[in-house]
Design a protein. Structure first.
Length: 341
């Protein structure tokens, strides 16, 4: 009996500190379920027949937590996994395939290692009222049609503290895929100013020795948003330089009108150039994306939107709407429901 009591006492002494640690440094489970029903097609010189589909909009499940290390220093981690609730079992991506990493944070800022959105993506999609998702998202014609909308693996990032509204981020990818004749890696940085109704951003990203042809790519972005009463305006301009190609220029503008739980949204995007230096015709596209959102609560909303793209014979904008070849004009209608927890 004494041996049993001693064993129970030891077990209790071990469990109690663990329970206290969990209480002092909680781990949070969170997630998002977001699906849309869509009818999409492509008109123009290379049409694609209309089809209906159910589309996952980056549904996710994550866990994050912190530990107070004392002296104002904390350790933090996050493991975030994508899942597609509209797909059959076994078709989802691998575990922790989204923003996942470990780091330290203090009064000096935050340092992390892992897989994470690059600063260019993080700061530019903040101007997109559709949040980088759906057929109305920023990658229809901007962010180099998602080529500069990256979540890089093997990355280290530093996030500064807020200096009176100013903050910056820098990121660098390790070159572990280096070979005798190639040294691919990505670099990025952003500077933001946030105060009251104003948000301003400048972002830069460089892709060195890319896997396709060993090309060098650089992108810069300038933009921001401003809220005036029930109206919020957004504007973003971007430029991309690539080896052997004309500089690609793209921009977007949007407005969101909020009336109670109702939001009326309109986004316009345009992109031109970016083709091979020797090409006779350079790509040119124009995009219209009106939408309506009803916010049931802070966690749940309904979204309806329409998107239409006008491509010239060399442009391929709108691959996020439907896969197509140059010269086709994608368009589609979408309704969806999102819930976060």
């Amino acid at each position: 009996m004494n041996k049993k009591l001693i064993a129970l006492a030891v077990a209790g002494a071990t469990v109690a500190p663990m329970a206290m640690a969990q209480t002092a440094n909680p781990v949070t489970l969170y997630g998002r379920v977001y699906l849309t029903l869509e009818s999409v097609e492509a008109k123009g010189s290379a049409p694609v027949s209309r089809r209906s589909r159910m589309q996952d909009q980056a549904s996710l499940l994550g866990v994050r937590g912190t530990e107070d290390l004392g002296g104002g220093l904390k350790a933090f981690f996050q493991l975030e996994t994508a899942f597609a609730p509209d797909q059959a079992p076994g078709t989802n991506g691998g575990f922790a395939g989204r923003n996942s990493g470990v780091g330290l944070q203090g009064g000096w800022g935050s340092f992390l290692m892992g897989r994470w959105d690059m600063p260019f993506k993080t700061t530019t999609i903040a101007i997109d009222p559709y949040g980088d998702l759906t057929i109305g998202g920023i990658t229809t014609a901007n962010n180099d049609q998602a080529n500069f909308d990256r979540r890089d693996p093997n990355v280290v990032q530093y996030w500064s503290p807020n200096f009176g509204g100013l903050a910056f981020r820098v990121a660098a990818q390790t070159n572990e895929t280096k070979t005798a004749d190639r040294n691919p890696r990505n670099l990025g940085a952003s500077l933001t100013f946030t105060r009251g109704p104003v948000y301003l951003v400048a972002a830069f990203e460089q892709h060195r020795d890319t896997p396709v042809g060993g090309a060098e790519e650089e992108g810069v972005a300038l933009g921001g948003s401003f809220r005036a009463g029930p109206l919020k305006f957004g504007l973003l301009a971007e430029r991309f330089e690539k080896s052997g190609r004309k500089d690609r220029k793209s921009w977007l503008a949007n407005v969101v009108w909020t009336l109670g739980n109702h939001q009326f949204i309109y986004q316009y995007q345009q992109s031109k150039d970016g083709g091979l230096d020797a090409a006779v015709t350079q790509p040119d596209c124009k995009v219209h994306q009106p939408g309506y959102q009803y916010n049931f609560s802070r966690r749940t909303f309904f979204l309806a939107q329409y998107a239409t793209v006008d491509n010239n014979d060399a442009a391929t904008c709108g691959t996020n709407i439907i896969a197509h070849t140059a010269g086709a004009d994608p368009r589609g209608f979408s309704v969806g429901l999102r819930h976060v927890f």
